[in-house]
Ligand binder design. Structure first.
Ligand SMILES: Nc1ncnc2c1ncn2[C@@H]1O[C@H](COP(=O)(O)OP(=O)(O)OP(=O)(O)O)[C@@H](O)[C@H]1O
Ligand SMILES: Cc1cn([C@H]2C[C@H](O)[C@@H](COP(=O)(O)O)O2)c(=O)[nH]c1=O
Length: 217
């Protein structure tokens, strides 16, 4: 695959501010004169969004097996890569994605307990070495993130999705798995302290982006 643009992902647990800041990151890059494609996982394509609806269904008729959950994440990802991410990068656009494969290692690995070696097999199969250029990991204690999430659910009259219904130990395992991945790959990851007011979080993001964009040019 010829890749001229850069692939930036935002990661973190529920309610840490990923969706809020995907827009900020995309707009900051656009202000530097770059073409930006903003997307999310699971989803990002028509078929991927249909898979997302299955995965997030708050009241499924029958339980979803953990391996089926894992495979559906990668099925959506395969479509997303082929239809949207890789063509955008090939024409020189930058892609900003709300979650990618680190979420699989954190949720299906850390949260559900699937061995990371099994996840890595699917990662190799689907991605063939492809990985983000930069991952912005928004990190904060799960209790504070839960309060933000609950305020959002209340304000927007949203129902908890299937993942948001999990218990505290699941979210602690997700956070621990994300931090372990960041420690394993400090070149790719930037850990952003997300518990501060939005302006401070965005100042951290701006500083990180500015340093990376300068280094890449
Ligand atoms: N730094 C911040 N300080 C205070 N509130 C924030 C901050 N960042 C985001 N919020 C608010 O917290 C709530 C959760 O943010 P957001 O929806 O962006 O999180 P998320 O990580 O995308 O969550 P999810 O993974 O559940 O989709 C929103 O109501 C948002 O306005
Ligand atoms: C990519 C990916 C996502 N998930 C989970 C994490 C979240 O709970 C949902 C997506 O909802 P959001 O509001 O967009 O954050 O999906 C996962 O378990 N594994 C993955 O690979």
């Amino acid at each position: 695959m010829s890749k001229r643009g850069r692939f930036i992902t935002l990661e973190g647990g529920e309610g840490v501010g990923k969706s809020t800041n995907v827009g900020f990151v995309a707009e900051w890059l656009e202000a530097q004169g770059l073409e930006v494609v903003r997307t999310r996982e699971p989803g990002g394509t028509e078929r991927g969004e249909a898979i997302r609806a299955l995965l997030l269904d708050p009241a499924p008729q029958e339980p979803l097996h953990v391996d089926a959950e894992l495979l559906l994440m990668f099925a959506a990802r395969a479509q997303h890569l082929a239809e949207k991410i890789l063509p955008a990068l090939a024409r020189g656009a930058w892609v900003v994605c709300d979650r990618f494969t680190d979420a699989t290692f954190a949720y299906q690995g850390g949260g559900r307990g699937i061995a990371k070696e099994r996840i890595a097999v699917l990662e190799d199969f689907v991605q063939q070495g492809f990985a983000p250029d930069l991952t912005l990991l928004l990190d904060m204690p799960k209790e504070a993130a839960k309060q933000r999430l609950e305020a959002r659910l209340r304000d927007r009259h949203e129902q908890r999705d299937r993942f948001e219904q999990e218990q505290a130990d699941f979210f602690q395992a997700v956070r621990d798995a994300y931090l372990a991945r960041a420690e394993e790959d400090p070149e790719r990851f930037a850990v952003i302290d997300a518990q501060h007011p939005l302006e401070e979080v965005q100042a951290q993001l701006r500083k990180t982006l500015s340093a990376r964009v300068t280094a890449w040019r």
